[in-house]
Write a protein that binds this ligand. Structure first.
Ligand code: SAM
Length: 223
């Protein structure tokens, strides 16, 4: 999203600090492996259009070929990163507006987002994405914790904003319960079911739901 869909700002949140550190590392790796822009400039540019990106993301076919079909070299391939480490990301100059462009437009935060705000929340979001997380919030914090999560999403969304939710099915809760005695205990008190979520979201103030597919469709399910 931050790199190819032109998002002005993307914030990834996870309670697991190890995952957050891995995400920061991955950002640098992705940055390293992009080709230089068409003009060969190595300097950041200010527009967030494709031609204005400092470094151009290689398409899959270009990646496969090792060097671009349009003559763009594999600027700093994974093998180089392996040998020399990732390329450093130049500091963002706020006057140059590069802060809206990858890699400066993406950040990762370690936080329990059900119970703790992060500074980025103050500005609000146009889109909040919650893939495969409702079950964990539900099992850890119960019905009230899940409702609190939905209320918080509603609060941080800008007017007209969108909440993209991929809830896990109830029949997948069983495996998690077996894994952890605390979750097993919590699960006994759960009254809400994933099929109730649409009604609950409406009660909180969300607009009508649009169904875009089933959980896990088009990719690997991460439960
Ligand atoms: C099944 S994974 C899904 C990850 C990712 N959304 C995806 O679809 O690939 C669930 C993630 O939610 C995180 N998580 C669980 N409770 C959380 C909370 N209260 N706040 C932030 N992250 C949480 C876990 O650490 C885990 O990485």
């Amino acid at each position: 999203m931050a790199q190819t869909l032109g998002a002005k700002r993307v914030v990834g949140v996870d309670i697991d600090d190890t995952l957050v550190r891995a995400a920061w590392k991955h950002r640098r790796s992705v940055w390293s492996q992009q080709g230089p822009d068409a003009a060969g400039s190595h300097e950041p540019q200010s527009s967030n259009s494709d031609s204005g990106r400092k470094r151009r993301r290689l398409s899959d076919s270009e990646d496969d070929a090792g060097s671009g079909s349009r003559g763009v070299p594999d600027y700093f391939p994974a093998s180089c990163e392996h040998m020399f480490g990732a390329l450093p990301i130049p500091a963002a100059d706020p006057h140059e507006k590069v802060v809206d462009v990858f890699p400066h437009n993406v950040a990762f935060r370690a936080a329990d987002w059900v119970n703790n705000e992060i500074p980025d929340d103050a500005e609000g979001y146009d889109v909040v994405i919650a893939f495969s997380i409702s079950k964990w919030i539900h099992l850890n914090y119960g019905d009230e914790g899940l409702l609190e999560f939905f209320r918080r999403v509603h609060k941080v969304l800008s007017p007209g904003g969108v909440f993209v939710l991929e809830p896990q099915e109830w029949d997948t809760y069983g495996k998690a319960r077996r894994m952890d005695p605390k979750l097993k205990e919590n699960a006994k008190n759960l009254k809400l079911r994933p099929e109730d979520f649409e009604r609950l979201l409406k009660d909180i103030g969300f607009g009508p739901a649009e169904h875009l597919g089933t959980a896990g469709e088009g990719g690997k399910i991460c439960n």
